[in-house]
Design a protein around this ligand. Structure first.
Ligand SMILES: Cc1cc2nc3c(=O)[nH]c(=O)nc-3n(C[C@H](O)[C@H](O)[C@H](O)COP(=O)(O)O)c2cc1C
Length: 205
């Protein structure tokens, strides 16, 4: 099957992408509105972008006419956000945080997750996450303002919060962190079935 996006429906392109780009890590993105309302939402169009400086990015999509995600609006206003890592123990609350609710709704309260103070940015962190990354906005790369179009929100990590139980000498213990990944539709995967593959010429790992 050959697919040319120019001849295809956006919804089908979305289905191809979420089924092919798997498993996707999940950023539970926290932000604060200008009015001071806490916001929380999961994003799996999410990746690391640079380690020097450490930078990450995620993509809010447009799902209706002029429908800009609250996370994006907040980050445009405050230039700050945090990414909270999702362990399997947090999946139910993460799912609640994905509810499509008005910007006045505090999604920490809705999902029964605890806001914690950040060290540098003004938005809250998720206390229950074992790793939080405080981020300052670098840039919002606008790709398209059409239906299912999106933008890439790129942020520099200015502070990591890491539970001492999951880290030793900067190495994260995957068993203790126990992250999950997103597959297509409402399907998720655990990260416990791992194998080793050493790179032929690797000096770093
Ligand atoms: C696991 C998971 C991953 C998601 N990933 C994305 C994503 O990458 N981009 C997106 O636009 N929406 C994504 N969503 C949907 C948003 O979380 C949802 O629309 C949410 O209400 C947006 O919240 P906000 O308006 O407070 O930013 C995802 C939902 C779930 C459950």
């Amino acid at each position: 099957m050959i697919v040319y996006p120019s001849d295809s429906r956006p919804n089908d392109m979305y289905k191809l992408m979420v089924g092919s780009i798997t498993p996707r890590p999940i950023a539970l993105v926290s932000s604060i509105s200008k009015a001071g309302v806490f916001n929380l939402a999961p994003y799996s169009f999410f990746t690391g972008v640079s380690a020097n400086p450490p930078a990450i990015g995620f993509s809010p999509l447009i799902t209706g006419k002029d429908k800009i995600r609250d996370s994006r609006n907040n980050i445009e206003e405050t230039k700050e956000f945090a990414v909270n890592i999702v362990s399997e123990s947090l999946v139910e609350q993460m799912n609640v945080a994905s509810s499509d609710v008005p910007p006045e709704v505090d999604e920490f309260a809705l999902s029964q997750l605890t806001p914690a103070h950040a060290n540098i940015v003004s938005c809250p962190l998720v206390k229950e996450s074992r790793i939080n990354m405080e981020c300052r906005l670098i840039e919002i790369v606008e790709v398209s303002n059409k239906l299912l179009g999106g933008a890439f929100i790129l942020g520099e990590i200015v502070c990591f919060h890491i539970d001492d139980e999951v880290v030793e000498n900067f190495r994260i213990d995957p068993d203790t962190l126990d992250t999950v990944g997103r597959m297509g539709g409402s399907s998720y995967t655990r990260t416990r079935d791992r194998f080793e593959l050493v790179r032929p010429d690797s000096k770093i790992s």
